[in-house]
Structures are given as C-alpha cells and as structure tokens.
Ligand binder design. Structure first.
Ligand code: FHN
Length: 463
C-alpha cells in the first residue's frame, strides 16, 4: 500500500499561515511575498535568463522503460484533465508499477551537464515530477519515488550538484497536475496543495540554488480557493526569491487567477514565438518529432535535422525570446546519440556564431521569410535563412552610419547603406546552408530603434 505523508503539520510548524480567500491578487494576512518587486528589480533578477537565450529541457522517468509518452501513455484516470474522471487516484497497474524495475545504471548527471554545456546551453530544466506523479528525488512526502526503485539514488540531487559544480543554471520542472495522488482535486484540494507545498519546500531547501521553476499546470479550478496560488507563491519567494518562474503555476484558464501567477515569462509550446519584446518568453520544443508529444524517450520518434534545430534557436533569438530544447533520455539514463549529435552540432555552430545569440535582443528588423535580426550595442546581426533570387538582400535603413561588416563564419561579402536602406550581398561560396550570419557594425547604438517589419516576401524575390 503506497503511503503519502500529509504536509499540513510541517507548514503550520514553520509558521506558514493558512490561506483565507482574499481579493484577487491580495496576499493573505501575514504572508509576505516579494511580488512588490519593481520592474527594475525584476529586470535585474531575470537578466541572466534573457541573456542565456538557450536551455536544455529533460523529460525523464520510468516511462522511458516503455518508450511511451511520459504520463500521457498512462491508462489510468487523469482527474481535472480528462473531463469526467473522478478526483483522486485510479491505478494503471502496468504504468504505475514500472518504477519497481526502474534501474538506470548508466545515469551520469555530469555527462548530461557536460553535453548541455558543449551544446552551448546556459541552463537546464529537469522533470522532477511530471503529471503521472512519480518523483525523481528523495521526497519524504510519498513512497512513489526514485528512492523506492532498484536504483534508489537521488537523481535530482546528482543533477543539481553537477550543474552547480559546472556553473550551469539549474531548473526544476514540477507538475501541479498529479494523476497519482489520492487527494488530487478532492474536495477543496487543500490536502493536495499541502502536499505540493511540502514538496516545494523540499525542492527549494535541499537542492541548493534553483535558478528556474518550470510549472506545468492545466487543471481547471479556482486559482485562489482551490489551488491557493498566493500561498505557494509566497512559500517559493520566501525560500528562493531569485528564482525565475514561468507562467504555468496556475492554469491560464483558472478562475480568480492572481496576476502573480503569470510569473516571469510566457511559454509557447511546440511553436516558435512571434517577435515580442515587452514580456519575456521561451519556446519549449522537442528535438524529437513523433505523434503525441516526443517530450520523453520515444524510440519511435525522429530527431530533427541540425539545420531545422539551429533555425529554431535563431527564430527565438530574432523574436527576442529563448529556446528550451527538450531531450528524452532512455531507460538506462543515457541521452541517445542521435539527440546528442544534433545538440553538439548546434554547439559547434554557437562556438562560431554565439555572439549573435547570447546577450542580444531581437530586432531591429522583425523576422520574416528571409530570416531575422538580433542586436547588441552598435551591432546588428542579420541571420539569413533565404536569399533573394538575384541581387542583394535589402533591409530597411537605420538612423546610424554603417561602418563595417563581417561574416561570422568567415568568407567574403558586401554590405552597403543607401538612401533606401541596407543591402547585403554574399556569394554562394560564402553562404552557410542553415543560416548565414552577417554582423553589421554602426557608428552608434542600435538598441533604441523600435523593431520594424521588413519588406514582404515577394519584394525580396527570395531563392
Ligand atoms: O503535457 C505536458 C507535456 O508532457 C510536456 O511536459 C509539455 C512541456 O511543456 N507540457 C505539457 C503539455 O502542455
């Protein structure tokens, strides 16, 4: 019989007051959450994240033994997700007992971190608990965890330590949806929220600095009285005020959703964000293409080619956003070679072109069929995916004088500034298959120019 330890006692003893339904967004009496952060303070707290631009997402648990989609391939009930499924827990014997044989003896957190760094990634987000409810850390709040597998080792601890040792920013994915917990969605959901807050305290106390919290809520319900979001938010901010949090602590469709649950950034999923420079955003994409997700280990999937993958990164950066690229390790704990090979190729590309991605902002010319642009100080980086059939690539002008140009991958080309705009010519021999990056140097700062759309496709007669 699986034992689940209720957390209420713990919270009370540490003086976290119980939540009274209050006005939208107003925190209950005595709960001090640092949501009163000024825009400048938030800018400073999230600056590393924006400059990082590129992270590794890892979906992994015992579902890798079956090679089926994490959590979604579970046949049991999916309360709140599946309309009509009763709250609480209904076993799926096949899926829910996989953990009893889960023994990933080739798991090597240092190797994962080494790969992420060689791939040019600046942060990593790991699925500590996905919707299926299995916990990949040594939690005292349930027996449904890695501690009760033949493997026993605290996977999350080893990964946190490896990230901290290598200076890779460490992120935790936590699913508030939990189709395995007996109290999930039961009654006012308070027992489940106490369980979740208990685990949040563990994760934000026992694993060192947590740089990113990646929640993945969906469930319906009242964000204040059913999910008690302000309580969880206050707990997080009291333990790790610096952490950067996504916009999925509460379901976007939840009622009574306090502004704070919008978190720090938007999370377009499996789609590349459009140009948007007023709010942080991050596209999460799978490196594997397969029906029904491809987030976890799916031997039936196909890894995206290098060209498509590097263009995803460029599309995010030129849109002024981040890319969180997902991999799915196999049941032995290894990130499959076809996935790591693609990552390493992008890593090689970043060694040569990284200056046009890290620490840049999107614009001043918005993405289009031609590609897109990024900028820093007096430099505009033009990322070309498609060239005009003939003649130079033409882009609008900027109120600064062009004083130099270079191809980041080397080779020869021309850049000119005329009345009507900028013109870039690069002979075939110097063009790169996936993306050619030209750095245009100007005599003054190019960051102040509002982002402008470029000429429509036709006018550019692209090849
Ligand atoms: O259902 C999950 C899915 O498995 C995966 O975790 C993605 C990652 O963003 N989020 C959910 C789908 O929205």
């Amino acid at each position: 019989m699986l034992k689940v330890l209720l957390a209420v006692a713990v919270l009370a003893s540490q003086g976290a007051p119980s939540v009274a339904a209050g006005a939208e967004g107003v925190l209950p009496k005595g709960v001090v959450a640092k949501v009163g952060e000024t825009p400048a303070q938030r800018e400073a707290r999230t600056a590393w994240w924006r400059e990082a631009r590129y992270g590794m997402f890892i979906h992994w648990d015992m579902s890798s033994m079956a090679g089926t989609e994490i959590s979604w391939s579970r046949k049991g009930s999916k309360p709140l997700d599946n309309h009509g499924d009763p709250a609480g827990y209904i076993e799926d014997p096949a899926y829910d007992n996989l953990y009893k044989n889960f023994n990933p003896t080739n798991y090597d957190a240092k190797a994962w971190v080494k790969l992420a760094k060689a791939a040019g990634m600046k942060y990593l987000v790991f699925t500590a608990k996905h919707h299926g409810g299995f916990c990949m850390w040594d939690t005292k709040f349930t027996d449904y965890s890695i501690r009760n597998t033949p493997f026993k080792r605290d996977v999350l601890k080893e990964l946190a330590d490896a990230c901290h040792a290598e200076g890779l920013r460490f992120g935790i994915y936590y699913s508030p949806r939990d189709w395995h917990h007996p109290d999930y969605g039961v009654g006012d959901n308070s027992k489940y929220v106490a369980y979740m807050d208990g685990q949040m305290r563990e994760l934000l106390t026992n694993y060192g600095t947590v740089d990113v919290l990646w929640f993945d809520s969906y469930g319906k319900g009242d964000a204040l009285n059913f999910w008690r979001i302000p309580e969880t938010w206050a707990l997080i901010k009291s333990l790790q005020p610096q952490v950067v949090i996504n916009n999925r602590l509460a379901a976007l469709s939840a009622t009574n959703n306090p502004p704070l649950s919008r978190g720090d950034y938007n999370t377009p999923e499996q789609k590349l964000g459009i140009y948007q420079d007023t709010r942080l955003w991050e596209s999460c994409m799978t490196i594997v293409d397969v029906r029904g997700g491809g987030w976890s280990y799916r031997p039936d999937g196909k890894v995206k080619p290098f060209g498509e993958t590097v263009r995803m990164l460029v599309s995010c950066a030129t849109g002024d956003g981040n890319l969180l690229l997902d991999v799915g390790p196999d049941a032995t704990g290894v990130i499959p070679a076809d996935q790591s090979d693609c990552l390493l190729k992008v890593g090689e590309w970043l060694k040569q072109n990284g200056e046009s991605v890290y620490g840049t902002r999107g614009g001043p010319f918005k993405p289009g069929a031609y590609g897109g642009t990024t900028r820093r100080d007096k430099t505009i980086y033009v990322h070309v995916f498609n060239w005009p059939e003939s003649g130079p690539l033409k882009l609008p002008n900027v109120a600064a004088k062009l004083v130099g140009a270079r191809l980041l991958a080397g080779g020869k080309g021309d850049a000119a500034q005329t009345e009507s705009g900028l013109e870039i010519s690069v002979p075939e021999i110097s063009r790169q298959k996936a993306v050619t990056v030209i750095a245009l140097e100007f005599d003054s700062d190019v960051m102040k120019f509002p982002a402008a759309v470029t000429a429509p496709l036709a006018a550019l007669e692209l090849k």
